[in-house]
Structures are given as structure tokens and as C-alpha cells.
Design a protein around this ligand. Sequence first.
Ligand code: ZN
Length: 290
Amino acid sequence: MFEPATDPVVISCAITGNKTTRDMNPNLPLTPREQGIAAAEAVTAGASIIHLHVREDDGAESHALQRFAEAVAEIQARAPSAIIEVSTRAAIGEGVHYRGNCLELRTEMCSLNVGSINIGDEVFLNEPKDVRALAARIYQFGVEPELDCFDIGHLESIFTLRKAGVLRDPLRFLLVLGISGGVTADPRNLIHMVSLLPPGSHWCALGIGRFQLGIAAQALVMGGNVRVGLEDTAYYRRGEVAKSNAQLVERVARLARELGRDVASPDLARQLLNLAPRATRTADGATPTH
Ligand code: ZN
């Protein structure tokens, strides 16, 4: 019999992203200092995980290790409890080594894209050999991947990689609905995707753009975790840009509590997601278990 979900929810906040611009939302954090401040506000509002892309001073997407290092240092200084998840997307055509250079910072988590997809007019290319190489580097650095799924077929790719030993349990899925070219934000799609996940997996859902709040609400009801933030939408509601990442986190935290789910602290999130507790991490951030 179905019972309402009562587990605490882990909220992720994607503070910057690679596509949102200051023209779209003047409150977008771009510099490492701004990202540190935004992360601290988001954690205060209820976020446990800070999903991180970095930018150059002119706002262009950056993949420079130095820039990641500056941003991670700012976040760790201002929000020391936060779980930092670096993005390993991007740098298409730059080679897998460059693409994963942020792994050298040994943050607790990173994102991993497992399949290719058309996004709008672009091809987001993730060749199988690159995915395997990147996954190996991720574990080599003691980082735990969150597996981005833009379509249902990406789930099957993950199951294949798991069978081949490339990916390890427990799997952590990020189900992305509503991106142009990917699975739509129809509630039936989230139900179907979750129904395919292996027992014991963790999942977090996000809706792109105007679908952010609805998908978050559905995930809360279904017992999943949620991601919000200015990477995924520039808006708070139709016609109104978000004042900050924290504003988006506050709303979803409020909604969670109204639905009977507490909001996990970062340390509780570590437990829930089977991450190593902070105390057992070594000085350079690596977990001793890998
Ligand atoms: Zn991202």
C-alpha cells in the first residue's frame, strides 16, 4: 500500500550552470566569490549539495582547474558543511582529460553524463569510450558520481555500465526532465523512470525552466530528492526572475515541510546518500575507502 514519503529530502542547488546569463537573470553568481556567497545562502535555506560550474570573468563557460579551485575554496570557506558536486560536462572536443580536470580537487561528488543527446540545436556528445574513461578517473580521485539522465535510454546505458563494473553501487541518479530534446516533464515520465531504478538507488529529479517547481513537487511526493537553482531556471515564477538561488531553495524546502518531509542537513544528506562522513575524509578531501 502506498504511504506518503516521510524521509528527509536532500536538496541540491545548481547555483550557476553553463547556459544561464546575466541578461536572463542579473542575480546569477558568476565569480568564485559570488558563487561562495550564493552557496552559503543556499545552504542556509536548506540545500545540502552545491552543483558547480565555473565561468570566466566575461561569463563564458570555463573548464580551467584554477577557476574551479577558486570557486571550491570560496564555497568551502563560506559554507564549510556543503557537499560540493563539480560538473564534468563541457569541454566537448577538448578531450576527456581536460574535461575531468576538476576531479583533481577531490570534491565529494561530481556529475557524470552517460549518453549523448541533442539539446536544442546542439549535440551534447558523450562517447562511450569517454564516459568509461571519465568514470574511471572519478573513482580514481575518490569522487562519487551523480549520473545525469536526460532520457530514458540513459538509464539503460547506466545499467550496462554497472553490469560491466564501470559504475558502482549505490547508484545516484539525477533525472532531468523538460530539456529540449530530452524526456519531457510529463509526470508520467518521472513515474516511469523511477520505476526502472534498481532497488537501493538514490534519485533526485529536476525540471528545466517552467517545469522546475512541478517536478520538485512530484519528486517530493514520490520520496525522491530535488534539485533547484539558477542553472535550471532563471525564474521564480512566470514573468518574475528569481532574486537568488536561496529563494528557489527556500520555496522547495517550505513545500517539503508542508508535505511532511524534513529537509536534510548536509551531514544527514551524507548519511542518506551513503557518502563518507566529513570526519573520515582526509585532509586533501579524498575518502580513505577508495
Ligand atoms: Zn550542471
